[in-house]
Design a protein around this ligand. Sequence first.
Ligand code: PEP
Ligand code: CO
Length: 467
Amino acid sequence: MDRLDYSCPVSTSIDQLTAQSTQQTLLAALDTWRDLPAAQQPTWPDAAALERVDRELAGYPPLVFAGECDELKSNLAAAARGEAFLLQGGDCAETFADATADRIRNKIKTMLQMAVVLTYGASMPVVKVGRMAGQYAKPRSKPTETRDGVELPAYRGDMVNDYAFDESSRRPDPQRLLRAYHTASATLNLIRAFTKGGFADLRHVHEWNRGFVANQANARYEAMARDIDRAMRFMAACGGDFDALRTVDFYASHEALLLDYERPLTRIDSRTGAPYNVSAHFVWIGERTRQLDGAHVDLLSKVRNPIGVKLGPTTTASQALELAERLDPHREPGRLTFITRMGASTVRDVLPGLIEGLGDVASHVLWVCDPMHGNTFEAASGYKTRRFEDVMDEVRGFFEVHNTLGTIPGGLHIELTGDDVTECLGGAEHIDEAHLSSRYETLCDPRLNHQQALELAFLVAEGLTER
Ligand code: PEP
Ligand code: CO
């Protein structure tokens, strides 16, 4: 060859440099949150160690793709229009130790069963989102915890420190951010395998019930599963195509609380040039970190994922309007979800005013009920618990209010586990205060067990049919 052709390598490297500097400029524009107050962040003892972790996390591959987030956004838009229903559930606080195949499988089975009850019982497509693969950081009511006169930093989730009550366990350790990423990655890998690899095939609708103790909700589920089986055999006999029934879309979500995790996992999508949080498909801002001028609202206002905000009973309509303005100024369908957590005794009094005060915005956002966080109390024995009856009642109240106002009750956000824990009172098994200690395993808020979760799904299916 007598001619050297440099054009290709030279122009590629210039393109690459331009792309890199554009990326840097775009990413830098995301950093205005750094000058704003950020509630509920740990005090990391070693700034240099945090800096190293930040760089390492920023170099890791994304856990989810922008295209998947967009797909979820359009599913949530359908839920906001009343054409689908969101089911979002999982632990209050995931732990690294519980990221085992059995625990993850049981949670997925429970969610799939709830989704079947809702889809079949209410003839409604269900958008399935786990509080999974990233729910490792928790806001706390106090920054420290005192036991027998000893005061230590509060447990802020496995992403920050350890639950054990001693000085070194409770010291925030940024290496935990890396472990959170790897645990999330392994969890997501298993979720993808379970939901795309045949396990979620609707023809296994009976098998998801195996291994769970026989009880009232399971028996009701079995009866429904028999009907579904019969319908599937009928479709097969008619030459029906089962492709849509073989796999399930299952999305991951968590509270975007710890900004030292969320920021390095915010990336510029190479296809569109837009920033996405690639640690989960959906992230939400908690009740304690939704300050209008705070760092959380600022960072999440810049990413393109579908996002949520928790709204407690003291939320004013003007705060909610301002949140909608900052987080969804273009009123993009599916972008913004308001997750209300009012409490069973207040939902019917407080929610109507909030919805009415929002005007047009109320019919644009997706309204989701979290019937857990407004109903927590401490039992005489000291266990933090919730009454299943209160959880059910808040869901009923949520449906009543939306049905009266003509807005859409579009989803349910719950804390559950697929295991037979005894953390919430009541349900068909009549768990009472004396029972709480027998299998109380949560490190944070009490979760519905498998049976209570199924019972709740039947209630919601009824609510949806009346909608
Ligand atoms: C949670 O979802 O676990 C939580 C802390 O909720 P909230 O922000 O609504 O209190
Ligand atoms: Co919780």
